[in-house]
Design a binder for this molecule. Structure first.
Ligand code: IMP
Length: 421
């Protein structure tokens, strides 16, 4: 079996889009398996930048087939816009793009609730794309799925049930007038007509492609510490972002996933609220933000920046079963005089090699760093042995500490700015 998963090992924004785009050359099928339009996967080709929120970034390559699997929460407007854009940019999507009928729909009242909740309670700093409320409805078993669009009766029944619940919540909690059935129903019928030819059982499609010997890439969104179960709860997203999520989200058995590529930046960033032990709050953090262009691809928010955290990474390498590492943005550290890496935390007189369980302890840890001498410009380097000795030392230390090989090193935005081994 030949499934590869690309998973973020931090708090999202690790540069998975670039790695997926690069690997797209050697893969036949690329699949998004969780999350929704909260993701922003940036790909730079020939000096032009593309940001995908819904569809797999691998589709930019015309020979690639793409799929949105069962675990995804679909934003209809964004999906249609991106389908049109990518169809024009690479090749028409008919016959090379599929949507699992089980994927949930994000509806206008989900987005409104996400916004209003953030305003009312100060929230956790979501992307306001309706992700939490849409997944809540899935677990409450009142969600609408893509397959419902194929049956006028199911669509009407399910929308009435979902709207009834949601309008009551929105009225009681935020004092807002109810959403109108007719308008949403009409929009959904139109959307259904548009995407009907693309709806199928993606899990079975992957089984068939696998039997034909095709190479299939499972493209993760967000990062491991945003996982609903294993992240820094409650400052997390609402899906399973870890590699186990690739199995349940795409409908692929766990043992079919042979390669698990964990992607990490050469430092750490996070958007939204929540603990971040290695965060740099002063000018050093600002320097990293400017050097790395660390602004959210979905919301434009400035990202919080800090040093690489091996305590967090040790855990995410384990929980994902990462078989190799892709390190991105090594070039963004160029010119930094001293580069630090968190080797362990101290808490209550004890040394921790893995993050604490309790969220309040994440805020209370003292970080123990190892320091490295910085390096100069590396964006034109294409072989690991040609990197400056200081950068090599940095990478060797990460490999030794995490006990897995680094197989990709990204040294710039462009497709070809990568060292692959
Ligand atoms: P939500 O996924 O919009 O509900 O947001 C929940 C948390 O996940 C917030 O802290 C967001 O900033 C964060 N988040 C969601 N998607 C991404 C992403 O693609 N990159 C980085 N952070 C994200």
């Amino acid at each position: 079996m030949s499934f590869t998963a690309v998973i973020g090992l931090q708090w999202g924004d690790e540069g998975k889009g670039k790695i997926v785009d690069y690997l797209g050359e050697k893969h036949d099928v690329v699949v998004r398996f969780q999350g929704g339009a909260n993701a922003g996967h940036t790909v730079s080709v020939g000096g032009r930048e593309f940001i995908f929120h819904m569809i797999p970034s691998g589709l930019l390559r015309p020979q690639v087939t793409g799929a949105i699997a069962a675990g995804v929460a679909i934003d209809p407007d964004i999906l249609i816009k991106e389908m049109e854009e990518v169809g024009k940019l690479s090749a028409p999507l008919e016959g090379r793009f599929w949507i699992d009928g089980r994927a949930q729909l994000v509806l206008p009242y989900h987005k409104a609730e996400d916004r209003w909740e953030e305003e009312l309670m100060g929230g956790i700093g979501t992307t306001k794309k309706g992700i939490g409320p849409a997944y809540r409805d899935r677990y409450y078993r009142i969600g609408l799925r893509a397959v419902d669009l194929l049956s006028p009766r199911n669509l009407e029944e399910r929308l009435r049930q979902s709207l009834d619940f949601n309008n009551q919540v929105l009225g009681a909690r935020y004092g807002k007038p109810p959403f109108d059935f007719k308008e949403i129903h009409e929009d959904l019928r139109e959307f259904g007509d548009r995407i009907a030819p693309f709806i199928r059982d993606v899990s079975v499609f992957l089984l068939e492609e696998n039997r034909k010997g095709k190479h299939i890439l499972l493209e993760g969104a967000q990062g491991s510490f945003l996982d609903i179960n294993f992240g820094t709860y409650p400052f997390v997203t609402s899906s399973h972002t870890i590699s186990g999520g690739a199995s349940v989200g795409a409908g692929v058995p766990p043992r079919a996933i042979e390669r698990i590529i964990g992607v990490t930046k050469a430092y750490t960033t996070r958007v939204g609220k929540g603990p971040f032990p290695t965060e740099l709050k002063g000018p050093e953090g600002e320097h990293l933000r400017e050097k790395g262009g660390e602004y959210g691809a979905t919301t434009g928010r400035p990202r919080r920046c800090g040093w690489l955290d091996l305590v967090a990474l040790r855990f995410s390498v384990w929980i994902n079963g990462a078989s190799e590492l892709a390190i991105t943005k090594l070039d963004s550290l160029a010119g930094t005089k001293v580069v630090k890496v968190a080797r362990s935390y101290s808490l209550g007189g004890k040394e921790l090699l893995y993050p604490p369980l309790d969220l309040s302890d994440w805020y209370g840890v003292q970080v123990n760093y190892v320091e490295f001498k910085g390096w100069g410009e590396i964006s034109s380097v294409r072989r690991r042995e040609d990197l400056p000795p200081e950068a090599k030392e940095y990478l060797d230390f990460i490999e030794d500490s995490l006990k897995i090989p680094i197989t990709y090193i990204s040294v710039g935005k462009e497709r070809e700015q990568i060292i692959a081994s």
